[in-house]
Design a protein around this ligand. Structure first.
Ligand code: FNR
Length: 183
């Protein structure tokens, strides 16, 4: 069976480039990976008061991550960091203390932006956030996808060959990384 990969999408909007990239990755994935594009719309805010009796949507996210063989975190850049909705999901999944749903999971971090900088500042923040609560982060190849606003057609399909090639290269490396961690 292919390794099951949860792709967390750090934007809620319907026409999100981050979502379109996640969908493109799912489509381009090699046979060894099955990518489950996971939206965070409606996820309850983290609140320590709720920890004793967690909302069902927290438990669903945690269970999905625990059942996976690896995680891709896809983020746009908001004010030189990650969006609050993505941080909220990470906080939810990191708990209870010592029992993070990311534990042992190999992680890939993918930022994007319509700007020339590719959301690198957001990706760098994720590279600080994740190591304490997850398995190993794939450090190489790095991937900060820039100029993404001209990469998709009217139906959301990826039409930019250079971006497609970069995603394919990344997926090949991530497949090797996931196989090693799950081996
Ligand atoms: C942005 N955007 C943005 N872009 C960037 O490269 N660096 C940044 O710091 C910011 N900051 C920022 C803050 C807020 C509140 C918004 C709404 C937007 C622009 C952002 O890259 C653009 O809106 C993307 O289209 C958002 O990603 P999705 O929704 O297309 O996935």
């Amino acid at each position: 069976a292919p390794y099951s990969i949860v792709a967390l999408v750090g934007s809620l909007r319907k026409e999100s480039f981050t979502l379109k990239i996640a969908n493109a990755l799912a489509k381009l994935a090699p046979a060894s990976l099955r990518i489950d594009v996971t939206m965070l719309n409606g996820l309850s805010f983290f609140n320590q008061d709720l920890e004793a009796n967690p909302p069902a949507d927290w438990l669903a996210l945690r269970d999905k991550l625990k059942a996976s063989n690896g995680v891709l975190v896809l983020t746009p850049e908001y004010n030189r960091s990650i969006p609050g909705v993505l941080k909220n999901a990470i906080d939810v999944a990191s708990r209870p203390y010592g029992h993070s749903s990311f534990l042992g999971k190999p992680v890939g971090i993918i930022s994007n932006s319509p700007s020339p900088l590719g959301g690198v500042a957001a990706a760098k923040h994720l590279q600080n956030i994740m190591p304490g609560i997850s398995g190993p982060i794939m450090g190489q190849p790095e991937i900060y996808l820039n100029h993404v606003s001209d990469a998709f057609g009217d139906n959301g399909e990826l039409v930019k060959d250079s971006l497609k090639a970069v995603l394919q290269q990344y997926l090949e490396a991530f497949a090797v990384f996931v196989a090693k961690q799950n081996g």
